[in-house]
Design a protein around this ligand. Structure first.
Ligand code: C5P
Length: 224
């Protein structure tokens, strides 16, 4: 039989982009494919965990044996994440939109010659920070992702502190890397020495590998 080192553990994963509605037919989105988060869900399930995957709109099939909750917007994602607690481990791999349109039009916006509809944006809730800062149901291990196009390690280190999570998986998503939407990823695992919140920050840089291999390595770290 296969070893099931995460048996008995509940693992929550967010994945994919979010869609923020402008009106009934238009939305704001990003280039996230959901592949990395889905690969982590599959790897955690294979390791015996009970996995809940909260996913934005993606073109991927639901992984076998995983409970998948499909959402569109950041606010719906936060609601489904909250409803999935308590969990032992939470991994926030989704590329959540930072902003949404302030007032979603009830009808399709009409084109008027010479005048553009103003798009007022408001901030979305930060799901990772919200869950990291819970006092009652904070998962014992909270992992965030940092997708950056510059100053990758420095931005990821400050994110670790600002968001209040335990680990950050940092990846460079500059267009030349092909990470967004692609099948490979180069990541740096940022954590604190001995898992202590005041511990020295450690950076573990992994070689380029497939998103499935990143998922397998990450799950191996969870097991440790
Ligand atoms: O600040 P930034 O968006 O780069 O942070 C990335 C991390 O925060 C990812 O783990 C992402 O899933 C999470 N996040 C979130 N909710 C947001 C924005 C980001 O959970 N509204």
């Amino acid at each position: 039989p296969m070893p099931r080192p995460l048996a008995g553990k509940r693992v929550l994963i967010t994945a994919g982009p979010t869609h923020e509605p402008i009106d009934p037919v238009r939305y704001i989105a990003n280039r996230s494919s959901g592949k990395q988060g889905f690969a982590i869900a599959a790897a955690a399930q294979a390791a015996g965990a009970e996995v809940i995957l909260v996913s934005g709109p993606v073109d991927l099939g639901d992984p076998q044996g995983v409970t998948v909750k499909h959402v569109e917007s950041a606010r719906q994602m936060l609601e489904q994440v909250r409803a999935s607690l308590p969990v032992d481990i939470a991994i926030f791999a989704a590329a959540v939109a930072d902003w949404r349109v302030a007032s979603e039009g009830e009808q399709k916006l009409k084109k008027t010659a010479g005048s553009m509809p103003p798009l007022q944006l408001v901030e979305n809730p930060d799901i990772l920070a919200t869950i990291s800062k819970l006092t009652d149901q904070r998962p014992p291990l909270v992992i965030g992702f940092a997708a950056e196009t510059e100053h990758l390690i420095d931005n990821a280190k400050s994110k670790l502190a600002r968001k209040g999570c335990d680990w950050i998986v940092a990846n460079d998503v500059s267009p030349a890397t092909g990470v967004m939407g692609g099948d490979r990823n180069t990541v740096h695992l940022i954590s604190r020495k001995n898992g202590e919140s005041t511990g020295e920050i450690e950076v573990d840089s992994w070689p380029v590998m497939t998103k499935e291999q990143v998922a397998t390595q990450l799950v191996a770290r969870l097991v440790k």
